[in-house]
Design a protein around this ligand. Structure first.
Ligand code: PNW
Length: 496
């Protein structure tokens, strides 16, 4: 045996001894960002405005953030590819800015600099052995399309179809993993209702009772259009896979039948709202959701349900529109039918239109570690429950975890031990889910870089790399979690 082989054997033995949870051989480690949150490069680049540019002009974040420079990945993607390579990820999830490709959202006006930018970005990743996973739409609709109704206009389905067909044609020989829309649930609820938090396009609070359901409906149809275009026109020659990115929250409940039913109802109005039409055996919206919305609408004196309906043909097409499920998971809540007694935390379910439509109280478990006093509480077993739900109810469709992560706690700075603990907990739960038989193919930490965190501006930092937003160069500094994640990836296992 030569020296290299001996060394390799020793290295293998050492990792075997210390690795206590090993991941499958082809498991893909990844990290993620989205276009508006990191790119910058807005001026002099031919990019058209998106709904977030206008929204921020009218509704500044507490720290007066804009997306003008952000992390400047528009200029710094080559250095970033080096950092990604150094961490060891084999996949990188990012999104494309529709209005950078098509400044007014339409295929008759293409921005060549934008097209070149994504080619350069993809090439620099592929050259380093990193597979791109592209999200086609991560909440940044071209402003020109919002002026024509945005996701409330069913035409948006066709606009999206034209955009994605261009993308598959242009990049499909290099990109083998596509997701259509990021978290339609958050985009419909925050963007087209504004409770409990508002996102762009905003201004729909008075119309919540219908606007979020219509927006969500058109996003499902748009996903379906994109999925069907890909599968019919491109997949046979390009051999890639397509899915949609769904956010799941898990809902725990007390051991009472009415609470169990309430928790199932909330999950139907959140995850299954999108998952059931696309991945469910029968397709269409969940039965509980349809029945509840029909009943409420009748009581309100309406002649038809506030929940729109699909035609039988649409139901069929939607059911054939995805190869895999791209999952984002951050946190869990507690659900009860009645106002929780001895409630130590705010039960907010019924304060929103969505909560009233469900008819249940949503609160939290004070024992789950709260991160930096925010909405985020760590409950890793929620991830395992979601994955098992998918295995049982959606025929064990392959899952790509495209987001999971936590923000900095201010005291820790670069020594981000809370983040390491959060990720370790979730990877342990993920490992258990794999033992349970769940078909999970990858894990992407959100996020690669500190970035524009929507309503919270640059204040909430999710990156494993710190970004100095006061410095025009936007320097990146690894946090302690980079070193930790690098070791996990190298060993393909959790270590002691
Ligand atoms: C995601 N929740 O949104 C988005 O996809 C990212 O763009 C964002 O930066 C990231 O999570 C961190 O917030 C979420 O309430 C919004 O559980 C809300 C929740 C989860 C994810």
């Amino acid at each position: 045996m030569n020296q290299t082989k001996t060394l390799l054997l020793i290295a293998l033995l050492v990792t075997t001894v210390h690795a206590y949870k090993r991941f499958p051989e082809n498991f893909q480690w990844s990290t993620a960002t989205s276009a508006f949150q990191v790119e910058g490069g807005q001026e002099g680049t031919g990019r058209g405005m998106s709904i977030w540019d206008r929204y921020l002009e009218k509704h500044p974040t507490p720290d007066n953030s804009t997306g003008k420079i952000a992390c400047d990945t528009y200029h710094k993607f080559r250095e970033d590819a080096l950092l990604l390579k150094d961490v060891g990820v084999k996949q990188y999830r990012f999104s494309v800015s529709w209005s950078r490709i098509m400044p007014d959202g339409r295929p008759d006006n293409i921005n060549p600099d934008g097209v070149r930018y994504y080619h350069d970005l993809i090439d620099s990743l592929v050259k380093k052995g990193i597979q791109p996973l592209i999200t086609l739409y991560h909440w940044d609709l071209p402003l020109a399309l919002q002026d024509r109704g945005g996701w409330l206009n069913e035409e948006c389905v066709n606009w999206f179809g034209d955009y994605v067909r261009f993308m598959f044609t242009e990049y499909g020989d290099k990109v083998k993993l596509w997701t259509t829309i990021n978290e339609a649930y958050i985009h419909a609820k925050y963007g087209y209702c504004g409770e409990p938090l508002e996102h762009a396009p905003g201004g729909f609070k008075p119309n919540c009772e219908w606007s979020m359901y219509i927006a969500a409906h058109n996003m499902i149809l748009a996903h379906s259009k994109a999925g069907n275009i890909y599968k019919k026109e491109f997949q046979p020659s390009q051999n890639g896979q397509i899915g949609i990115t769904l956010q799941a929250v898990w809902y725990e409940h007390e051991n009472k039948p009415e609470d169990e039913e309430a928790a199932a109802r909330v999950f139907d109005f959140q995850f299954n709202w999108f998952a059931q039409p696309i991945y469910g055996k029968e397709g269409d919206y969940p039965v509980r959701m349809r029945e509840r919305m029909a009943e409420l609408s009748r009581e309100e004196g309406r002649s038809r349900s506030r929940l729109p309906t699909f035609t039988p043909q649409q139901i069929e097409e939607i059911r054939q529109s995805a190869d895999f499920l791209s999952l984002n998971y951050y946190t869990s809540y507690v659900v009860s039918q009645d106002l929780p007694v001895n409630n130590t935390v705010e039960a907010w379910g019924k304060l929103t239109q969505w909560g009233r439509d469900i008819g249940a109280y949503i609160s939290t478990n004070p024992h789950w570690k709260q991160i930096a006093g925010t909405w985020l509480r760590s409950h890793p077993q929620g991830l395992r429950s979601v994955l098992n739900f998918i295995r049982e109810h959606y025929n064990n469709v392959p899952v790509y975890i495209t987001e999971n992560g936590s923000m900095d706690t201010p005291e820790e700075g670069l020594n981000d031990v809370t983040r390491i603990e959060y990720v370790r907990g979730h990877l342990e739960a993920l490992h258990e889910a794999l033992q349970d038989g769940c078909d999970v193919r990858s894990y992407a930490y959100w996020s690669f870089l500190d970035n524009f965190e929507w309503a919270f501006g640059y204040h909430d930092r999710f990156g494993i790399f710190h970004v100095d937003f006061k410095d025009p160069e936007r320097p990146r500094t690894p946090k302690k979690s980079v070193e930790w994640y690098r070791k996990v990836i190298a060993a393909n296992a959790l270590l002691d």
